[in-house]
Write a protein that binds this ligand. Structure first.
Ligand SMILES: [Zn+2]
Ligand SMILES: [Zn+2]
Ligand SMILES: [Zn+2]
Ligand SMILES: [Zn+2]
Ligand SMILES: [Zn+2]
Ligand SMILES: [Zn+2]
Ligand SMILES: [Zn+2]
Ligand SMILES: [Zn+2]
Length: 441
């Protein structure tokens, strides 16, 4: 039997699920849930992985243990609460937060929200009001009986379906670096899903470290994702001659072995490798080899000192405006704009007049996301007098192009395909001024 020294919850009291609470970690006479380290609101991570328990210093952990003894959990009324709601300050045990309806962000500052304070965007509100019916889980294929917001997860990249929360936890844990959206195969999913209380390890797929671990945790939808699929019966057809290989790394990208011939160095059927790696995973492997990362675990930003919780100026901005901004309605994380960092919004530009206008960027706004070293720039995309929508670009803080963050300077920078983070295409404001007016109020 194990007891977590921080939250005080024992392994036999349901505190023993590594997918929900993290693995047990011990050093000297201290034993804790890994997620209690990550999610304890006042516990900073001040060292690198080789120091203390995965960068959490024993002195800081002991201090947290002592302080948690005086904090009562709102859910179970026992002492040992180590997580506080980022908005109202209510206190919970980490396991109570995970098993109740709290929303946890497994990235940046690792902040949590209680069920009344959790940030809701239009999509979440819609699920909450009308829980979708007759959904089946993309991972286990079973029916999702209660499609309530707190028991399902989805890809915010495409919103094409749902998965059981638990299935997603296992899937994310087992895929690590190679995690991709099981619906649209987008790799941005890896960052987005962390905002839905899902822990994604920064490491190789678990089965690569321990062969066969989690192998049966999820099945995949067999589908040929080759750019040109030559199967006459379509991408999802499979039989003996049209067998589909699934990518060894992400397990969501597939290919008919016949469609592979003539691409990726495969000249004939007999050259087809047993271990198929999709092109995106090959890219990930390459870039990882280039920037050798040795850390197996993810980094926590803040609180900056063990004295205080997350810094006040990083309070997320909650909009109580029902009208959704055209540039942000699809992306929940944008509502987390940090007010302490440079962020400004231009007034809406007039339609471009001259050729010179066409060359510069019509910036809607710029923003930062708490805990991320990036500047996002939302730019109107135009076609003559028509606005096609917005394109959001992302630049690393160190990028010399954004050293001057004034709009005058940003308007003139050169952007490339690689800077594109996502498109948002349902804005036509020069044509539909009514909509614009209602947005501005
Ligand atoms: Zn614990
Ligand atoms: Zn509790
Ligand atoms: Zn709250
Ligand atoms: Zn499932
Ligand atoms: Zn997706
Ligand atoms: Zn095919
Ligand atoms: Zn792959
Ligand atoms: Zn509007």
């Amino acid at each position: 039997m194990k007891t977590c020294d921080i939250c005080g919850i024992k392994s036999h009291e349901s505190g023993d699920d590594p997918f929900m609470f993290g693995q047990w970690k011990s050093l000297s006479n201290v034993t804790v849930h890994y997620f209690c380290l990550l999610l304890s609101t006042k516990l900073p991570q001040r060292g690198d992985d080789s120091v203390g328990i995965l960068g959490f210093l024993l002195t800081d952990i002991r201090k947290e243990i002592a302080q948690a003894r005086h904090r009562k959990c709102e859910y179970c009324s026992k002492m040992g609460a180590n997580v506080s709601c980022h908005k109202c300050g209510d206190l919970f045990h980490m396991p109570c937060a995970v098993t109740n309806r709290c929303t946890i962000e497994f990235c940046g500052n690792f902040i949590s929200y209680c069920d009344t304070c959790r940030p809701l965007d239009d999509y979440k509100t819609q699920i909450l009001k009308n829980p979708p019916k007759k959904q089946s889980c993309v991972i286990c294929f079973e029916t999702i009986h209660s499609c309530y917001l707190h028991c399902v997860s989805y890809g915010d990249c495409c919103r094409l379906g749902f998965a059981h929360m638990m299935c997603m936890r296992k899937y994310a844990m087992s895929s690590g670096y190679y995690l991709r959206c099981p619906w649209c195969r987008n790799s941005k999913f890896r960052d987005l899903i962390r905002l839905q209380s899902i822990f994604v390890p920064d490491r190789d797929a678990a089965w690569e470290l321990e062969p066969n671990a989690y192998r049966d945790l999820h099945r995949s939808v067999f589908r040929c994702d080759q750019e040109e699929c030559i199967c006459p019966k379509g991408r999802q057809f499979t039989n003996k001659t049209w067998s589909i290989l699934m990518c060894k790394f992400c397990t969501v990208s597939g290919v008919h072995s016949k469609c592979l011939v003539g691409t990726q160095g495969v000249d004939k059927i007999s050259d087809i490798p047993k271990d198929f790696k999709c092109t995106i995973c090959v890219q990930i492997i390459k870039s990882r080899a280039e920037n050798l990362e040795t850390s197996l675990y993810i980094r926590k930003n803040g609180p900056k000192s063990s004295e205080g919780a997350a810094i006040d100026s990083q309070e997320p901005v909650f909009s109580d405006d029902n009208c959704v901004d055209p540039g942000t309605s699809n992306q929940e994380f944008i509502s987390l704009t940090s007010t302490s960092l440079p962020s400004n919004t231009s007034s809406l530009p007039p339609p471009p007049q001259s050729d010179k206008d066409k060359e510069r960027l019509w910036i809607q706004k710029s923003f930062n996301v708490r805990g991320e070293p990036f500047l996002y720039l939302v730019v109107y995309k135009t076609d003559g007098p028509k606005c096609l929508g917005t394109c959001t670009y992302r630049f690393h803080e160190d990028d010399p192009r954004i050293s001057d963050k004034s709009f005058e300077a940003l308007e003139l920078i050169e952007v490339s395909e690689e800077d594109i983070w996502f498109y948002h295409d349902d804005c036509h404001y020069w044509e539909e001024n009514k909509h614009l007016d209602s947005c501005q109020q």
